[in-house]
Design a protein around this ligand. Structure first.
Ligand SMILES: Cc1cc2nc3c(=O)[nH]c(=O)nc-3n(C[C@H](O)[C@H](O)[C@H](O)COP(=O)(O)O)c2cc1C
Length: 269
């Protein structure tokens, strides 16, 4: 198993932290890393580390967290997808250092975080995450929450990855199966896994299968963040296989269900 596969397959959201501050070298390293986390849409996402106590930041689902990272992006088309992509690169980088995260888009006092982040008119701050070392044992509320959303399970691949037309299961080569597995285990809001991928004419077309209740003025579309995360896993996976992944946005106009929306396409070479 490659390093990226290992990172993605072992990652879990962490909501129970050990209460210790990050080691100086880890904090410095993250400060450097967050300065520029590119995404295929060329939309800058800015990140900021905020001390929990200093800014009075908390979330009812978390315990023991000392530090948060907040992300901000200008409101425009694809801002949410770009946000998810860049944020996930940070999540994976942190996990490789033994640092836990969990994207929080709902269970927080949004105004408090937005004020601490200095959010400007025309910007949005869809999600934040704690950054810290996982506690030895999950809190009871975290265990119950994981159970509630089935956090250790995923929808089976034949319902997510299609060949030529919507609904026809893809039978991928081993290398492509590995990439789809990386998408499969991506995190998503309420573990809804809204990504669908349709392979046609040499490209992997990514779609959002929408559920009700994920679009808000202040957050954009949380499920588009999920698609950005899925894209990130797919593209990083392809790159780790030595491939070039070209991401484009040009709707191939394939027949899709009403509650689905085209997002982007990836061609591998
Ligand atoms: C866009 C997004 C928003 C999320 N918002 C919350 C949240 O508000 N509260 C929370 O406890 N978890 C939140 N999560 C974490 C998901 O519940 C979690 O990723 C999912 O249940 C799968 O579990 P795993 O990350 O351990 O694989 C969010 C995840 C994503 C991707």
């Amino acid at each position: 198993m490659g390093k990226l596969t290992e990172t993605i397959m072992s990652r879990k959201s962490v909501r129970t932290y050990d209460g210790k501050p990050l080691k100086e070298e880890h904090k410095k390293g993250l400060e450097e890393f967050i300065k520029d986390i590119p995404n295929p849409f060329g939309i800058p996402v800015s990140f900021l580390l905020l001390d929990a106590k200093e800014h009075g930041l908390s979330s009812p689902v978390l315990s023991g967290e000392e530090l948060y990272v907040v992300g901000k992006v200008e409101k425009k088309p694809y801002a949410d997808v770009a946000f998810g992509y860049s944020f996930e690169r940070l999540v994976l980088h942190a996990w490789e250092l033994g640092i836990g995260t969990v994207l929080i888009g709902g269970t927080m006092k949004r105004e408090v975080f937005e004020r601490a982040a200095g959010l400007q008119e025309g910007e949005m701050m869809p999600c934040v995450s704690p950054l810290g070392y996982p506690a030895a044992k999950r809190s009871l509320k975290e265990s119950m929450m994981r159970k509630g959303v089935g956090a250790d399970t995923r929808i089976s691949g034949d319902k997510l990855f299609f060949d030529g037309e919507w609904g026809r299961a893809l039978n991928p080569s081993d290398e492509i199966a590995e990439l789809l597995e990386l998408v499969h285990w991506a995190p998503s809001a309420v573990n809804k896994q809204p990504w669908r991928i349709l392979f046609r004419d040499g490209a992997f077309h990514f779609y959002e299968k929408k559920d009700a209740g994920y679009v808000h003025e202040s957050t954009g579309d949380l499920q588009k963040i999920d698609i950005g995360i899925a894209l990130c896993h797919f593209v990083m996976g392809a790159e780790s296989q030595g491939k070039t992944a070209k991401v484009t946005v040009a709707d191939p106009c394939i027949r899709i269900p009403q509650d689905a929306e085209y997002i982007a396409s990836v061609a591998l070479s």
